[in-house]
Design a protein around this ligand. Structure first.
Ligand code: NVA
Length: 312
């Protein structure tokens, strides 16, 4: 059965670990001297963007090339998926042309339709609900700094209801981490995601918890994570969100409550002076540039891993 990465828990804990190991190996050997070029041919990988992108487009394009493949950029506005023609028809057409489809869009259900009907592996490059590629890059970055993941504590602050909050719950639980979400009322991940993450954590030795008090939530933790308070598509709510999220800003003072050697992650783009202080993101505990680079290595591992399993 063709495999996809539509949400973090499409991988088992062992598969997540396998992909992270492969990503680390690919980082050491970026041009595939020893590991080979699994997309040689070249196989074409379509990248479709219905939302803004910088890191994702750059890291997938470079990564596909390093794997020996051919990136095909599809402008979501030109393609008009779901408007000019249905997601189902696009899936059937694209699946006849390319070996993999990477899609950044709004609705998770559209991504599921693409996976169901295209016949090729589909990778979630961010939806409203999940951002699994970012999480693999985050976990790779933490592994580089700490050696392993299981047992580490991580706190995600801010909009826990966004794609990053959901993905942290699931991916952190898969990795056996203790994931805390610190968010104001109304901004926690959906119940179904909590339940699924708790179920996973029970098998990996991890845990998931919510704490609306940001200072208590970061107290002694190994990893502090935040994200924009205004995700793509939520721009109309910007003022209201800023008002409610201000206590969750990652300032130097808040960070001082975390472990002394805690590291700080942010998937970017960052808004200094809003969700994160300039002195924090530009300071010694920040690992955001490694994190951004690691998108490429993590996604290469995902594409190679899915390609190997295509049509099985
Ligand atoms: N939560 C953010 C992530 C950006 C990479 C958004 O969806 O805009």
């Amino acid at each position: 059965m063709t495999r996809h990465l539509l949400r973090d828990d499409d991988l088992t804990p062992a598969e997540q670990a396998e992909i992270l190991d492969l990503a680390a190996a690919m980082k050491k050997d970026p041009f595939g001297e020893g590991l080979g070029k699994p997309l040689a041919g070249p196989h074409t990988v379509a990248m479709i963007f219905d939302k803004a992108t910088l890191r994702t487009q750059a890291s997938f394009t470079a990564g596909i090339a390093e794997l020996g493949g051919q990136p095909l950029l599809v402008d979501g506005n030109l393609a008009g998926i779901g408007k000019r023609e249905s997601v189902a028809d696009v899936a059937r057409v694209l699946g006849r042309q390319v070996s993999q489809i990477v899609w950044r869009t709004y609705h998770q259900s559209d991504l599921e339709t693409m996976a169901e009907l295209s016949g090729v592996p589909v990778v979630n490059a961010l939806t409203d609900d999940f951002h699994p590629c970012q999480l693999l890059a985050d976990l790779l970055t933490i592994t580089e700094r700490r050696g392993s993941l299981a047992g580490l504590t991580v706190t995600f602050l801010g909009d826990g209801a966004c794609n990053m909050g959901n993905s942290w719950l699931l991916a952190g639980a898969l990795a056996g981490m203790h994931v805390r979400i610190s968010a104001p009322e109304g901004y926690l991940p959906a119940r179904a995601v909590w339940d699924r993450a708790a179920e996973i954590a029970a098998t990996t030795g991890g845990s998931v918890a919510a704490d609306p008090d940001p200072v208590a939530a970061v107290s002694g933790v190994d990893v502090v994570v935040t994200d924009t308070w205004v995700s793509m598509g939520k721009e109309d709510e910007a003022a209201a969100r800023r008002a409610v999220f201000t206590p969750y800003a990652v300032t130097a003072e808040l960070l001082s409550a975390a472990a002394e050697d805690a590291i700080v992650l942010h998937c970017l783009p960052a808004y200094r002076g809003m969700e994160i202080a300039a002195e924090v993101i530009d300071g010694p505990q920040s690992v955001v540039w490694d994190e951004a680079e690691n998108r490429r290595h993590a996604q290469k591992a995902v594409m190679a891993w899915l390609h190997e399993r295509r049509g099985r």
